[in-house]
Design a protein around this ligand. Structure first.
Ligand SMILES: [Zn+2]
Ligand SMILES: [Zn+2]
Length: 300
């Protein structure tokens, strides 16, 4: 799983940083996570193919998380997209989008499947490659976090070993599932002699926008990578909580409690020119903290 950071700022574009937008790549299926105003420009700038975006998740309806969407949906249509696009977002977004399309007499060239985000913890997508689950975070308006789980792969066959033990191809499926093979003479070929471990499950949790809370800790425990918004530095902690946002230190504290492997910070207030101090403050609590920059790719 690769997570590309496109927009990493809060509401106002500033210091060459733009509102929130990320692309999660799982075996060349792309999931867009929030769609801030500059999404199209940043996709183009970083050479990310729009055609591979099959899913778009919108956490909440503050403009810095979806104002890029009408333009992106429209451009996909202009480019003649035919593949279906799944849009997971708070329910009021769909009539809004429909109205924007209606007034321009636009009919999209592809099916747009709208999946309203439920209130609470829920699985919103599940296929052989990954699952998407949402969970409530605490913001001024209805806002959902997202957990992306790339599923574990079955065991990998070692073809030379399989033919050495004369295992029929019809039995390969069971081998991949971890079973041993017993030949006609009763000789047992142990699974680990002819296969190797497949890729383990990977989990990425996205928590924006939210104030510091441990209410969703069970949903993000032991994740490989945690994104947690950090709009402010610690000396603005009061402002952070009054506006339902977090500080870098709070994000780090949660990453530590969640036993996450790594933490990405973002959604910086435009009052900060540099993001260096965000990383420093977070690292004083949780060493594997990174202040995300546009164009960063985190691989897990
Ligand atoms: Zn925001
Ligand atoms: Zn917000």
């Amino acid at each position: 799983m690769k997570i590309s950071i496109l927009g990493n700022n809060s509401a106002l574009p500033a210091h060459d940083r733009y509102p929130t937008c990320q692309i999660v790549n799982i075996e060349e299926t792309y999931i867009m996570v929030d769609c801030g105003e500059a999404a199209q420009v940043l996709l183009k700038k970083h050479g990310i193919s729009w055609h591979k975006i099959r899913h778009i998740f919108i956490s909440h309806l503050h403009g810095d998380h979806y104002f890029g969407l009408p333009g992106l949906l429209n451009s996909m249509s202009l480019l003649g997209r035919t593949e279906a696009l799944n849009l997971y977002a708070p329910a009021p977004l769909m009539p809004l989008m429909q109205q924007i399309l209606n007034v321009a007499d636009t009919v999209l060239s592809y099916p747009l499947q709208f999946i309203p985000l439920p209130d609470g913890i829920a699985t919103i997508a599940d296929n052989s490659l990954f699952s998407l689950s949402c969970f409530p975070v605490e913001h001024r308006i209805f806002c959902q976090g997202l957990l992306i789980t790339e599923k574990a792969k079955s065991r990998k066959l070692l073809p030379e070993r399989c033919s050495y033990y004369e295992i029929p191809a019809a039995y390969y499926k069971q081998l991949k599932a971890g079973q041993d093979y017993t030949g006609k003479d009763g000789f047992v070929v142990q699974n680990e002699w002819v296969t190797e471990m497949g890729k383990p499950e990977k989990r990425y949790a996205y928590c924006a926008d939210t104030l510091y809370t441990e209410s969703f800790l069970p949903q993000i425990m032991n994740v490989d990578l945690l994104y947690h918004e950090s709009t402010y530095l610690e000396n603005d902690a009061e402002r952070a909580s009054s506006r339902y946002h977090s500080t870098a230190k709070q994000a780090a504290r949660l990453a530590q409690k969640a036993n996450a492997q790594q933490l990405i910070l973002g959604h910086y207030s435009s009052k900060y020119k540099s993001t260096l101090e965000f990383e420093q403050e977070a690292r004083s609590i949780f060493a594997s903290s990174f202040a995300s920059k546009e164009g960063d790719i985190f691989e897990i």
